[in-house]
Write a protein that binds this ligand. Structure first.
Ligand SMILES: [Zn+2]
Length: 407
């Protein structure tokens, strides 16, 4: 069993220890020490990293720390470590401080939800960028979450002491803990945020709430087990706020607006874009009608219009096909467009005897695309440039020839 030094002092970053054994776990070197300040992943908090300084002066990096069922702690090292020697362990203090800020911040935030709304936390996850807690409640309003965030930050500014206590299970039962651990044997380690929160926890924590820094809620999400709150604390909160501000400033620059005006600016831009789209569609419709009249004036009945529009898109040829077949009762339109996805539209005036759906299937079989439709109107598309314009024009002509006997 490894003596856990971090249980008593979360700020111990450097320590001496004896190497008890060096073993192998899933192809990695795992070093067991008689005591350690390295925190192994557990209780939502992620593991420490750092290095071991060996007695010959060599340094080996500790990439991960993990706890075993039997109480041993594995330090996964980048190189071999001879058992029996005394080493110096050095924990990555910046990483540890960040973890302490997130974990203590989580205790404060979870307690705030209990205090204000009697909503318990059922799980805690610490990610590389942000943390989450899952709350056992069906829903929470944005206002409730803001109130919990405010209370949590008030507790931070009050700079309350955060104490570590060890009690028996019997004593713990008398203490109205926020949470009891699932495994209840021996002594319980309690984290006591004076007059605010008392809970069983094996994690590393700050000395007073002021060291947490800001607690910033990022996202509220409904999940299966309740409501998930994403948050960041301490220097992460500063980095996140900085990144958000840069993003907003960049976006505001595009609109030549202040960041506070962004929602209205974006809304206005969306409305303008929708209005422009409508005008564009109307113009396209008018153009299709004029184009249709011109094409029909050149053809004699029964009229088959075969045309590939390299610079037009599927919307235009569909509109044109609709106009052509509505203008005269004897029109078959076999159209293709090359702008955007290569598209084909086949259409005939209502009441004609052809089968555009069938014809489209044949054309697609030749061109390697997918399509179909009704007897009067069919559409098809080709995946990224599988055919060139000459091939498409050939197929259109071939389909026109095939039509002739049917009309
Ligand atoms: Zn905890």
């Amino acid at each position: 069993m490894t003596e856990r030094l971090y249980y008593h002092d979360s700020f111990l970053y450097s320590f001496d220890a004896r190497v008890l054994e060096t073993t192998e776990r899933e192809g990695r070197i795992a070093v067991v020490l008689d005591q350690t300040a390295f925190y192994p992943t557990s209780g939502g908090q992620v593991h420490d990293t750092g290095k071991l300084v060996l007695n010959d002066g060599r340094e080996v990096a500790v990439a991960e720390t993990a706890g075993e069922e039997d109480g041993r702690i594995f330090h996964f090292t980048a190189g071999p470590v001879e058992p029996g020697q005394t080493i110096r362990g050095v924990v990555d203090s910046a990483r540890r401080r960040d973890h302490m800020q997130q974990h203590s911040g989580q205790h404060v935030l979870s307690a705030a939800f209990v205090r204000l709304f009697e909503v318990p936390t059922v799980s805690f996850h610490m990610g590389a960028e942000s943390c989450t807690i899952d709350l056992a409640v069906k829903s929470l309003t944005a206002d409730q979450v803001t109130r919990a965030e405010l209370l949590a930050n008030e507790i931070v500014t009050e700079d309350r002491a955060v104490n570590i206590r060890f009690v028996s299970l019997e004593e713990a039962r008398q203490l109205a803990l926020r949470k009891l651990p699932p495994k209840q044997t021996g002594q319980l380690r309690l984290i006591d945020i004076v007059d605010f929160d008392l809970t069983a926890c094996g994690g590393t924590h700050v000395r007073s709430t002021g060291q947490i820094g800001a607690i910033l809620v990022r996202k509220i999400e409904n999940v299966k087990q309740g409501v998930r709150i994403e948050f960041v604390c301490g220097l992460r909160a500063v980095a996140t706020a900085r990144q958000d501000y840069l993003t907003l400033t960049q976006a505001a620059g595009l609109f030549s607006a202040h960041i506070r005006e962004l929602p209205q600016q974006i809304e206005k831009s969306i409305q303008e874009s929708k209005a422009t789209g409508k005008i564009q569609y109307k113009l396209l419709e008018e153009l299709a009608e004029l184009y249709g009249e011109r094409l029909l004036a050149q053809a004699s009945p029964p009229r088959t219009v075969t045309r590939f529009f390299a610079e037009r898109d599927a919307t235009f040829i569909k509109l044109l096909a609709q106009k052509l077949t509505a203008l005269q009762p004897d029109v078959t339109a076999l159209l293709a467009s090359g702008s955007g996805q290569l598209s084909l539209v086949f259409a005939q005036s209502p009441g004609m005897k052809g089968n555009m759906g069938q014809l489209m299937k044949e054309a697609m079989a030749k061109l390697g695309g997918r399509g179909g439709g009704s007897a009067d109107m069919a559409q098809g598309g080709l995946p990224a440039r599988t055919a060139d314009s000459a091939q498409i024009e050939d197929v259109l002509r071939e389909m026109a020839v095939r039509l002739k006997p049917a009309i």
